[in-house]
Design a protein around this ligand. Structure first.
Ligand code: NAD
Length: 464
């Protein structure tokens, strides 16, 4: 049976070849400018629609959904010309007479699939990179945030011809159908489980993929850390968006001599940053995820975890308060999962080596956090673990540092996003070698292989 999106795909492909494949940078920047203006003009509306989806407060929407998009566009304004510029490379002696360069060409028709937790940011961020690179795009936003997805669809239809950029809304069935099309690139943000499905579908067409996946992000607090500072930053990074953040600390590993003090400071910080009187409380996105989290909390406690703060739930609003659990062992089920909600388990350790060993027994995380004043400890952790991103004495803000690549490693992701790195994901780095006509040094080693040529080949083969 013919794919219901084939016609749309064909029209994007034809438009790409005719209008986009060598579109000037100025034209791309103009499109980004109109996107910027739309976001600026409709800031209130964006906040309102995201609020309807999961009651996220305006300040958090500004900080995590709107500002990063404006910054991403600004980055393109400042650097796109340079990223897209043809780069000459040097010529080795054996290639004398030739010249070589790398040109950045847009990959072509691209698909962006986004999750629900930052529903605007995670659609528009990759879209900015795709426009910067000169691609045409189909966006598939999350079905779990319908108000934001409708708004994105409206925005895209007001700004772009659907032959260039369009939105298809839908659930798993629709996405499965879209994934059958032979895209030139797929940029997927979501869970590792669905990431594998996307990669399998992409493999059928040998489509390149960027996979921005999830992770169980370890947060290590050693015996030298400033506990008040660590608690402030951990509480902020963990409970932002009610813990529904891919780079939120998943669990804390604290040195046993500091565990009690850190727990006190974390509770103090939760009371300061999330007072009970605060009316704007980001809820869990839907009852399925709310049920998953409350079941996990119950299971964690029945497996030996001790509730030391929070745990209040309101199923009418899918709300779970910031929750701390101590006495967690690595056998506790919560240690094995990406929590993706406002529950923070705390483990203790005696020796840093045991922490490193346990981190390395599990999949490589998207983010790893170190709170320490010891250069030796920081280096030991960095040298002996792997993660997509790492922040030292900080949490989560590495996402917003526009000059850093953002992404995971293996199970937490493939490929990188943001700024230059996002541009490169949607670009083919095409290498061009231009040779002179007539005599070239390379011709001196063409067959037949005389004794002289044999010696010459041996000489050039082993010369360092
Ligand atoms: P998800 O993987 O369930 O869904 C993501 C997208 O895939 C949605 O658009 C959904 O419609 C689609 N999808 C779901 N099942 C599918 C299937 N069987 N076939 C094809 N498409 C399918 O993820 P989610 O629940 O929306 O988001 C949470 C996950 O995303 C977490 O694991 C989180 O860590 C991760 N995440 C990662 C990043 C990052 O930048 N690395 C950012 C945000 C979220």
């Amino acid at each position: 049976m013919k794919n219901q999106f084939q016609h749309l795909f064909n029209s994007q492909q034809a438009y790409f070849l005719k209008e986009l494949s060598d579109s000037p940078i100025k034209k791309r920047l103009k499109k980004l400018k109109s996107l910027h203006n739309w976001i600026k003009k409709n800031e209130k509306l964006i906040c309102e629609e995201i609020y309807k989806d999961f009651e996220k407060g305006e300040e958090e929407v500004l900080l995590t959904e709107i500002k990063p998009m404006i910054d991403e566009i600004k980055q393109h304004y400042a650097h796109l010309e340079n990223w897209a510029e043809t780069k000459s490379v040097s010529t080795p002696l054996a290639f004398l007479g030739s010249s070589s360069k790398v040109i950045y060409e847009p990959k072509g028709v691209s698909l962006i699939i986004a999750p629900w937790n930052y529903p605007f940011n995670l659609c528009i961020g990759p879209l900015v990179s795709a426009i910067g690179a000169g691609c045409s795009v189909i966006i598939k936003p999350s079905e779990h945030t319908p108000n934001t997805s409708n708004l994105i669809e409206r925005m895209v239809s007001e700004l772009f011809d659907k032959k260039e950029i369009t939105v298809i809304q839908g659930d798993v069935e629709i996405t499965t159908e879209i994934l059958k099309l032979p895209f030139n690139h797929i940029f997927f943000t979501g869970s590792p489980k669905v990431g594998k499905i996307v990669m399998e579908a992409a493999a059928k067409n040998l489509t390149s993929v960027t996979l921005e996946l999830g992770g169980r992000n370890p947060t290590i607090v050693d015996e030298t850390a400033n506990l008040k500072d660590a608690a402030q930053k951990i509480v902020w990074g963990k409970f932002l968006n009610s813990g529904q953040t891919c780079i939120a600390p998943n669990y804390i590993y604290v040195h046993e001599s500091k565990a009690e003090k850190l727990q006190e400071k974390l509770i103090e910080q939760i009371e300061i940053q999330y007072p009970k009187s605060d009316k704007t409380k980001t809820k869990i996105v839907n009852s399925i995820h709310f049920g998953r989290l409350t079941d996990l909390l119950d299971k964690t406690i029945s497996s030996g975890g001790k509730l030391i703060h929070g745990g209040e739930r309101d199923e009418n609003f899918n709300f779970l308060s910031p929750t701390l659990i101590s006495d967690i062992s690595i056998e506790n089920p919560i240690f094995q999962e990406e929590i993706f909600g406002p529950i923070l388990p705390i483990l203790t350790y005696k020796k840093l080596e045991e922490v490193i060993e346990n981190i390395n027994k599990t999949e490589k995380p998207l983010a790893l956090y170190i709170f320490s004043k010891s250069r030796k400890n920081k280096q030991l952790i960095l040298n002996n673990t792997s993660s997509g991103t790492t922040a030292i004495n900080e949490t989560t803000i590495q996402f917003a540092q526009p000059h850093l690549p953002f992404g995971g490693v293996n199970h937490s992701g493939i490929g990188k996003a943001h700024g230059k790195y996002g541009f490169q994901e949607f670009s083919n780095q095409r290498s061009i070698l231009k040779q002179r006509v007539g005599f070239t040094t390379l011709k001196t080693i063409f067959p037949p292989y005389t004794n002289f040529k044999k010696k010459l080949i041996r000489f050039i083969s082993f010369r360092l």
